[in-house]
Design a protein around this ligand. Structure first.
Ligand SMILES: Cc1cc2nc3c(=O)[nH]c(=O)nc-3n(C[C@H](O)[C@H](O)[C@H](O)COP(=O)(O)OP(=O)(O)OC[C@H]3O[C@@H](n4cnc5c(N)ncnc54)[C@H](O)[C@@H]3O)c2cc1C
Length: 298
């Protein structure tokens, strides 16, 4: 038995927001794959729950006429994978989502829960960062749109005020069309393990008839998990890559600077210097694959 003291099942975003406004001590539960573990551990903050799992508006999963992808916060990881595969888009996000837990966990876990728990290891976070995803945050009074990068504020801390919930995650067409992307999770086991380091890259090449410029980088975005207190973009490496020819020299230059925006730490899972080694190794591997998937030749 879980020590739940109060439980409210919301049937709309409006009713969830209204309940949260009236009961500031209540916490949201979506798939429950994190919340139930915390409850079992005896964490008192999850004893008063608002269940948002059956809210239809949180189940939205669409690509509109402009190519904008909207992922309702309550969409399960399994559903997201199938949807993106069917539309053949955002390969790195498919790879990130597919590495989350095992099939049973992915069937219950929601994309919103994966982001809102604030875990530095969240497997959907690095791909979403490299697609410049935005989050729609709603309360009883207001709706605001927050870039995923600024949503993360510290380990387990996200930009959610009391009474707010995330309703959707959005990726604009310009962020994923004509790109190649790749995500790789390094973990101690091949399945059902939290990342030691995760790395994602999204690459767009300049298009030109001239041979010399056809391999130049238009945009390269790189992000890591478990390499800093929050999932993090590598702005220095990204800036260095702008308009450079996409070749081995560029990849090695990226490997050389990738740690500048990161601060991996020692933990029981891995030592800091081992993590630094994995970060550099993954930069080489993941950036190379993203360039190749974008149509580059390396
Ligand atoms: C066995 C096991 C293996 C796992 N492996 C991985 C893994 O490999 N990679 C990984 O990234 N994670 C892993 N997880 C963690 C977890 O499954 C994911 O983070 C999952 O996506 C959480 O989603 P959920 O819907 O279950 O969240 P819940 O447990 O329902 O909620 C998680 C947190 O987010 C908040 N929340 C949920 N939805 C919203 C919303 N819409 N708006 C605001 N706040 C919200 C809740 O209040 C809570 O604080 C694992 C968990 C288990 C049990």
């Amino acid at each position: 038995m879980f020590p739940v003291e109060q439980y409210y099942k919301a049937d709309s975003i409006h009713s969830a927001c209204a309940y949260l406004a009236e009961h500031p001590d209540a916490r949201l539960i979506a798939g429950g794959t994190d919340v139930l573990i915390r409850l079992r551990e005896g964490k008192p903050e999850f004893r008063h729950l608002v269940d948002i799992q059956s809210i239809a508006d949180l189940q939205l999963l669409t690509i509109d006429n402009h190519g904008r992808i909207t992922i309702g916060a309550g969409v399960t990881v399994t559903r997201l994978i199938r949807f993106l595969e069917r539309h053949k888009v955002c390969k790195s996000l498919v790879e990130g989502a597919s590495s989350l837990g095992g099939p049973q966990v992915r069937n219950m876990a929601t994309v919103g829960g994966n982001i809102c728990n604030g875990a530095p290891s969240a497997d959907s976070a690095a791909p979403l960062l490299t697609f410049n995803a935005t989050l729609t945050v709603q309360s009883q009074q207001t709706t605001r749109v927050v870039p995923i990068e600024s949503f993360y504020q510290g380990p387990g801390r996200v930009d959610l005020k009391p009474g707010e919930l995330v309703t959707a995650i959005t990726i604009d067409a310009g962020q994923y069309r004509n790109t190649g992307s790749h995500f790789y999770k390094y973990a101690m086991r091949k399945a059902m393990d939290i990342a030691t380091i995760g790395c994602s890259a999204t690459c767009e090449l300049e298009t030109s008839c001239e041979l010399e410029t056809s391999q130049r980088i238009k945009a390269l975005r790189i992000a890591y998990t478990v390499a800093a207190p929050v999932p993090k973009r590598c702005r220095t490496a990204e800036k260095l890559a702008e308009h450079r020819i996409a070749d081995q020299t560029l990849v090695e230059d990226i490997v050389g600077v990738v740690l500048e925006d990161l601060s991996p730490r020692n933990s029981w899972r891995a030592a800091k210097d081992f993590r630094e080694h994995i970060i550099r190794t993954l930069a080489r591997r993941v950036v190379t694959e993203a360039i190749v998937r974008a149509g580059g030749q390396l």
